[in-house]
Design a binder for this molecule. Structure first.
Ligand code: AMP
Length: 562
């Protein structure tokens, strides 16, 4: 049974296996390697994932959801029809669809996976990702940082020793990692990033621009507006200006936008990209000139404005011979294969880092005066993992019975500016007048999960942290219960997926066109549906292709093309 590698992306997800000495990405039923990370539910309560759900974002906005990776690690619920889902549950449905594709491809049952996450994902977000795997019936063998996965994929096909910077701008997150490759050893020296910066934000700048430019008020058609903004963004990656034409909430939205205008709109985002880049370099001993290669990962690095920014900052052209959409999934697949101890990769060694500082809130004592609580680091950012570090803290008042160790992630001295991961309540068994001492140990493993233990001096008992206190992460029992419920949800038969998608697309176009075009479309839809119902149908692919071609030509004639 192979271990699969999965890139669970904000916008698209991919799955791969090791085949004939190399990582291979697996196509879905639509023959695409990228499956949109979109989930929907249809009127029969069937779960739709990927292309079909994506087509329904506009026609069934209350029954469809996208971009939920951005909510991983939060308790935000999404209601679809009469059901409600946590972000990890939505992610698990995407994973289930990917696993089904892999099972169709390999003919084997898939139960183990390596899943990639943004390097900057915190403990709760990683736990949510692991839970998503479990909810999909998978054992998550390893969580791998996305830029590290990209580096692994790049490093494997590169023979020379080199210092490599991975610049990974996806749909919702930005990560940068700097690593050194020598022989078969890949050593990450630093990672930095921003969990809330990605292609979505670039799209939203255009969306807001359209709202201002066309004085759109009372927007009921958010999904259509967003689709238009996305289209403009992508067109401007290949064209210097783009003429757009759409109808949104009954209002014609026609105009033109140039690449320069777009670049001005996104300037604040470019500033935000610079910060993690500069920090990652500062955290290594490398000079900018010592970076040999810059590798781009994530779909948003297709934007010329990003390539130019990277080129200017590093005075070299980023490498673009590898598909930025595929790198992370390929790397996750390589990591899965390393886990299997496959002979093909027996010499490859990978070391990673903890991308952020981890510590606890402690009272600061200056010249004998106790001041307010500040961040006391235990594991410094970019320490090589796995790592285990301990610090000793003391009680601050006589007869103190409890020490509350509040665990934080972040770089600020000011606790409020860091992310609170949870709290460990350490009991002092024999309170005394004199201060007592507690050793607090942080252990950060290769998956990026943190274990916190505490031991009061003179006591044998080690007190351990259970991080579910905030109610964000599901307990094991909750996961098992939800697994059963989710398992009962049905997906349409695998082979039907493409037909469902083309019909969903036709429904979307129906809403967008009017008059004769509608009549024509309705007629063709009827014929396609009827033909599908025909049990003796020999060549549904050809029929679908003809119907798709018809939809293409209709869209071109009405909107001037995608
Ligand atoms: P990922 O999360 O790596 O799948 O990246 C998806 C992001 O890449 C989305 O925000 C897409 O809008 C963006 N993207 C994909 N292709 C292009 C393109 N040609 N131009 C601009 N952005 C793109």
């Amino acid at each position: 049974m192979p271990i699969v590698g999965i890139d669970l992306g904000t916008t698209n997800s991919l799955i791969g296996i090791w085949e004939e000495g190399a990582p291979k990405l697996i196509p879905n039923a639509h023959t695409n390697l990228l499956t949109p990370s979109v989930v929907g539910i249809d009127d029969n309560g069937e779960i739709l994932v990927g292309e079909t759900a994506q087509e329904r974002l506009i026609t069934h906005p209350h029954m469809t959801v996208s971009n939920f990776k951005r909510w991983m690690g939060t308790a935000r619920k999404t209601t679809l029809g009469d059901k409600s889902f946590l972000p990890e549950e939505l992610s698990s449905l995407v994973l289930r669809a990917l696993v089904r594709d892999a099972e169709e491809y390999t003919g084997e049952k898939i139960t183990e996976a390596v899943i990639s996450v943004p390097a900057y994902f915190n403990d709760q977000q990683r736990k949510a990702t692991r839970a998503a795997g479990q909810l999909a019936g998978l054992t998550v063998e390893r969580i791998i940082n996305e830029p590290t996965a990209a580096a692994l994929a790049y490093g494997l096909e590169q023979n020379d020793d080199a210092n490599i910077l991975i610049f990974d701008l996806g749909g919702g997150t930005f990560d940068v990692s700097i690593l050194e490759k020598f022989d078969d050893v890949m050593e990450v020296h630093a990672s930095a990033g921003d969990n809330y910066l990605g292609g979505e934000d670039f799209k939203n700048r255009i969306r807001d621009h359209l709202v201002g430019q066309h004085q759109l008020v009372d927007i009921k058609d958010e999904a259509r507006l967003s689709k238009l903004a996305e289209q403009i963004k992508k067109e401007l990656s290949v064209k210097h200006s783009f003429d757009y034409k759409a109808e949104i909430s009954g209002q014609s939205v026609n105009g033109s936008i140039t690449r320069e205008e777009f670049e001005r709109l996104v300037e604040p985002l470019l500033m935000r990209i610079r910060q993690p880049l500069e920090r990652a370099i500062r955290d290594t001993d490398f000079q900018v000139a010592e970076i040999d290669h810059i590798v781009l990962a994530g779909g948003s690095t297709r934007m010329p404005v990003i390539r130019n920014l990277v080129g200017t900052l590093f005075r070299q052209l980023p490498l673009s011979h590898l598909d930025p959409d595929h790198l992370i999934a390929l790397g996750a697949t390589i990591q899965a294969t390393l886990k299997e101890r496959n002979e093909d990769l027996k010499d490859v060694v990978l070391t990673d880092v903890c991308p952020y500082t981890l510590g606890i809130g402690a009272l600061n004592e200056v010249h004998g005066f106790t001041e307010e609580a500040v961040m006391s680091p235990i594991i410094e950012r970019n320490a090589t993992i796995p790592i285990s570090r301990a610090q000793t803290y003391s009680t601050t008042s006589p007869k103190q019975k409890i020490v509350n160790c509040e665990v934080y992630q972040g770089e600020s001295l000011n606790l409020a500016n860091n992310i609170k991961l949870g709290m460990l309540e350490v009991k002092i068994p024999k309170p005394t007048k004199e201060p007592q001492h507690v050793d607090v140990r942080f252990t950060y493993d290769i998956n990026g999960t943190l274990e916190v233990t505490a031991q009061v001096w003179g006591e044998d008992k080690i007190q351990k942290k259970v991080f579910n206190a905030s109610g964000v992460n599901l307990s094991q029992a909750e996961i098992e219960a939800r697994f059963k419920e989710l398992e009962e949800l049905k997906m349409p038969p695998w082979k039907q997926g493409p037909n469902r998608t083309v019909l969903a697309r036709a429904e979307r176009i129906y809403e967008e066109v009017s008059g004769d075009a509608r009549e024509l479309l309705l007629d063709q839809m009827g014929q396609f549906r009827k033909a599908l119902e025909d049990q003796h149908l020999r060549n549904p692919e050809r029929l679908r292709k003809e119907f798709s071609d018809f939809l293409d030509s209709l869209e071109v004639s009405v909107f001037g093309g995608e």
